[in-house]
Design a protein around this ligand. Structure first.
Ligand SMILES: CC(C)(COP(=O)(O)OP(=O)(O)OC[C@H]1O[C@@H](n2cnc3c(N)ncnc32)[C@H](O)[C@@H]1OP(=O)(O)O)[C@@H](O)C(=O)NCCC(=O)NCCS
Ligand SMILES: [Zn+2]
Length: 249
């Protein structure tokens, strides 16, 4: 089974690489095919005025949203050679809360969310990964939870292909297990993915969520994971049977 998973993730990676190369090649041919903007990461058709207009609007809002001017009081909970992680808590100054709301709006937009009210708004902890270029390039929103469910291993064989095409990337057990911390959102800026930013955000969350203890991967759960989220969680938790919560069954 392990062999199969390794095989799969390698394939996905190659596919990603291939798609990326394609985009770069296309971007070189002006006004033809799909282009990826090198600053906001949006993929659009440069030859379509409608697309260009949509890109202009997204471009401005997005870059404004992820801009991080630096705060007088910031809670730096981790530092790296390429950036730092700042923790924002519910009673922080309004400039911090506003930035979190702006970033969450961009993230929710990308994840295709309608506005969802957090269940424990005053217990929410938000971790922002700030790059050296003073941009919010990663965001993790966490909340306390009581229970979660284990993702079931994918069946191998031909069915596994069709299950990938269905709208949800996973199926889970209906037996609840106790859990402590829910990852309500995790997001990394498209142009900064696969640089271990999500991994570092979750490491920091496990270290900071409960004072005095480092949470195990059996105490954290992912809210209704996307396909990207599933691939990440499987790797991070070192098992395809990681915990999930907050989904419509
Ligand atoms: C999911 C997401 C947050 C991962 O962020 P990231 O910073 O790229 O992840 P990391 O670099 O820390 O990944 C760690 C490992 O997880 C695995 N992984 C992460 N994303 C993967 C992907 N898209 N495909 C395959 N494996 C992936 C890899 O094994 C990776 O290690 P490697 O690069 O050395 O092979 C990011 O893809 C994202 O923001 N996606 C859009 C929003 C979303 O879907 N969020 C999930 C909600 S549940
Ligand atoms: Zn752009």
């Amino acid at each position: 089974l392990k062999q199969v998973n390794i095989q799969k993730s390698t394939n996905t990676r190659d596919l990603n690489k291939y798609t990326k190369d394609q985009l770069i090649i296309d971007a070189g041919q002006k006004h033809f095919g799909a282009t990826m903007c090198k600053s906001c990461g949006m993929i659009y058709t440069a030859s379509s005025p409608e697309d260009e207009l949509q890109h202009m609007q997204h471009h401005h809002r997005f870059l404004e949203g992820i801009k991080y001017a630096g705060w007088k009081k910031e809670r730096v909970v981790a530092e790296f050679w390429d950036g730092k992680i700042v923790l924002v808590l519910p009673h922080d100054p309004s400039y911090a809360i506003r930035k979190v709301e702006d970033v969450q709006e961009l993230v929710d937009n990308e994840l295709g969310f309608q506005q969802v009210v957090p269940r424990y708004p005053n217990k929410t902890k938000t971790f922002l990964f700030i790059s050296d270029e003073k941009k919010v390039v990663g965001c993790l929103i966490a909340e306390p939870i009581k229970q979660a469910f284990r993702v079931l291993s994918e069946p191998t064989g031909p069915e596994s292909l069709s299950s990938r095409e269905c709208h949800r990337a996973w199926q889970c057990s209906n037996v609840p297990e106790p859990a402590v911390c829910g990852i309500s959102r995790i997001w990394v800026f498209r142009l900064k993915r696969r640089k271990r930013i999500a991994r570092r955000l979750v490491d920091t969350l496990r270290n900071c969520f409960m004072f005095g203890s480092f949470l195990s991967t059996n105490e954290i759960a992912f809210s209704d994971p996307t396909l990207d989220g599933k691939l990440f969680a499987t790797k991070y938790c070192n098992t395809p049977n990681f915990l999930v919560y907050n989904f419509n069954s």
